[in-house]
Write a protein that binds this ligand. Sequence first.
Ligand code: PLP
Length: 392
Amino acid sequence: MTQFKSKTIAVRTGIESDTQYGSVVPPICLSTNFGFSSFGHPNKYDYSRSGNPTRSLLEKTLYKLEHGEGAVITNSGMSALNLLVSAMVGPDDLIVAPMDCYGGSYRLLNSRAKKRDFKVLFIDQTSPKEVELALAQMPKLILLETPSNPLLRVVDITEICGLAKKIGALVAVDNTFLSPIYQTPITLGADFVIHSTTKYLNGHSDVIGGVVISETKELANEIVWWGNCIGATGTAFDSYLTLRGIRTLHPRMKLHEENTKRILAYLKKQPLIKTLYHPILASHIGHSIAERQQQGYGCMISFELVGSSPQLEVFINELKLFSLAESLGGVESLICHPATMTHRAMGAEALRNVGISQNLLRLSVGLEDADDLIQDLDHAFKLVQSNLSKIE
Ligand code: PLP
């Protein structure tokens, strides 16, 4: 598959690979176990926790799309991060992570550090000074999440990987927000890419999954060993659905981004927005880095609404085409209030330090008609305006 471009890899993966019936779409293999050919001679697969044909196909597709050498599909994005740290760090090792990462990643790293499984330092990775001080502590692993969730901060992957190499640290990038269509961190120097495949990769909000992709075969082998050891691997059924989702990843991402641009053009003129966050905006922190290192700006938008909790309530409740729900990256548009939903686990103090305010809202722009989405937002903003006028 290596000679093909990513669109072809995504669409053609496993097509016509069935030798039994010649089925065009690769069949799903649900078996938990596989017979030995004879005593002492296992076949390619023996037990689905350690390896499964349907999961293998998804793993191969993803490491090809991300320019890696191996991958392990896990049963959630969180278990991908958990697998990575289980495999790569021990009690004496330090992990440097972004202070504004996904709330669940923050909780996982913080909770395991409290159990002394490793040490963790959360920093503002957009600050060269903080990065320099953190690297002086000789971390074993640097985790990046760019653009970050929910403030969409962008960090320079090439630069941090260059600094990390000098001190022998490994770099892992959570690429969930962009997918390999818009960013391929391994080509920028990363050792690992992780994803919540729950999001854009599957794209239909019906699978919880994750992946750890490794730059080298050696690292991949270690991750595979640990994936089996701790039982982090994903199911065949979920892998089948995710493969199906990936076949339309390119056109979906393109449409998500077209709609995002239309919505941003509307939101930029909206007086009830205090701050608008998106890497395409020239005013956005890291805009020029995004321009350089990303092939697209992404399809998530965050903004601070004018007012307080009653106005947030009016706004959210009036929306008909943005479902109030966790998660992102599906075909349907969503709205989320990070402080009480996705990032609640961080606690009030960490939220404050990071800059996730009570007024912050996050949109996952779906594939509905952009005119309808804008009309829906416009209606909700108008009701917030009339609510504010009544109070004045
Ligand atoms: N990484 C990012 C950037 C996320 O947004 C999420 C979930 O929202 C995760 C990891 C965790 O993934 P999962 O929910 O599949 O465990």
